[in-house]
Design a protein around this ligand. Structure first.
Ligand code: FES
Length: 116
């Protein structure tokens, strides 16, 4: 099983193992790391935005849904969408302000009430 490490804003990083092809958000829950999420993992809120600090080649390709809620930086991903097959290190970023999104896809939430 691949190793995953979550860097926190304060304190020691949390790490553990997760099954190959696990979503980053699921891995966070497995190791007790906090990654915000507000849309049930439907790629609509952007709250789960993370930066892959190490191991980007081990991650699935960035989807159109992810591009809509992140910058053009390939290391910025949605934890609810990105999967990984090898060791990665991650830092939670939180949602990107709408004016900083790269406009690669729809940015209007499809479900009213979710923060953007
Ligand atoms: S949990 Fe909402 S975009 Fe990932």
């Amino acid at each position: 099983m691949p190793r995953v490490m979550f860097h926190a804003a304060a304190g020691e990083p949390l790490s553990g193992d997760a099954p190959a092809l696990c979503r980053i958000l699921e891995a966070a829950e497995r190791v007790g790391a906090v990654v915000e999420h507000a849309c049930g993992g439907q790629a609509r809120c952007g709250a789960c935005r993370v930066r892959i600090e190490d191991g980007l080649p081990h991650c699935s390709p960035k989807s159109n849904a992810e591009r809509a809620l992140t910058t053009a930086d390939p290391r910025e991903r949605l934890a609810c969408q990105a999967r990984f097959i090898g060791a990665i290190a991650v830092r939670a970023l939180g949602p990107l302000p709408p004016e900083q999104r790269d406009g690669a896809g729809p940015v209007t939430p499809r479900v009213p009430g979710y923060p953007v």
